[in-house]
Design a protein around this ligand. Sequence first.
Ligand code: ZN
Length: 390
Amino acid sequence: MKMNEMIHRLVSVEEPEGTIATLTLDVSGSGILPEETRIFLKEKVWKHLHNLDREAKNSSAFGRVADRIRDFVDNRLKPGTDGAYLVAGREIWETLELDVPFRNFFHVGRAPYLAPLVEIRARWPKVYVVRCDERRAELLVGDLGVLNSLQRFEAEQPVQDVERVTIGRFAGGPGAHRASGRRDRFERTREEGIASMIRAAARKITSMNSGPPPQAVFLQGDREYLELFRERLPAALRENTSYLGPVVKRRDNTAELLLETIRRAYDKTVERHTLEFSEKRAQGAEVALGPREVLEALPSGRVVRVYLNPDEPLTGLKCMDCGTRYPGLKERCDFCPGPLSPVSITQEVIAHGVKHPPLGVAFIPSRAGWLRDLGGMSALLARKGLRMAT
Ligand SMILES: [Zn+2]
């Protein structure tokens, strides 16, 4: 899948003169930039690149970066795009257009800034949906805000229409008793039809092994069939399987329900992670408070989850000889005479996570003051002696 490949390709890209610009844009799916985005480009992006171009000793790199981004934004954005991610440098040029929006954000440094990509990947995970009414079911895959149909299933149905007419004719009349027997039979046929489609969809999900497993599975339709559906799924998926909502006649509401459900689930996850951190901290359990402690704990492999704000990257320095990273400013490396070079500490931590999975990252929004009070970064640690599997 394109985004995962992109993350892994970009994580090793560097331009030591700090000439890599990363830009994320809210494009709102219209093909025309929203007013806010145009103001952001004018006030934050063009001005900043213009200033960098003027200051740069080795000029023209930022001028070229600006031209390239401007051409893309003005002429090459696809009409349906909701969010765009761009990396532009002296050598590097990568773009990604998605059907989910990014926040407007701009970063310049020696490496592509990956936090927005990793965050949007976490925010819009891969999920399966089985939408099922009386006659047909459909298995869909949702990923990064896009829904695609994988397979359709049909119930066996010819009995249905015949029975319906028959029931109508006999209802309340002399044949009512006989009709109610038929009604039961019709009802059973209907239920068996739905159940067979749900079993077939579960079999299909079980048989699919390509690509990463889904983060969640949903049933849309009659809630009564959720248990049947769940018990037919592989054990690993069962606890992440839930009910999405009813099927509405003459209106396809799956995407709408799914986007809302995923959005709520993501917010809940961030809340749960935040609570977990504050509880561990209150218990005096092992946590890293502030960027310095996070950076010190990182090489030990004991970091379980880092808390950071992707919109407010922390700046710092990295020793070009021994690789030690320091938040803020510093005269010289503690360990060697190597030169110190400015880096984004946030990017360094994200890159470490990409290269050493599984490192969890909780993306904490700007409005959460507790993280800022800790210097913008913190982490949950595994107990001493325990290492995270790598
Ligand atoms: Zn050093």
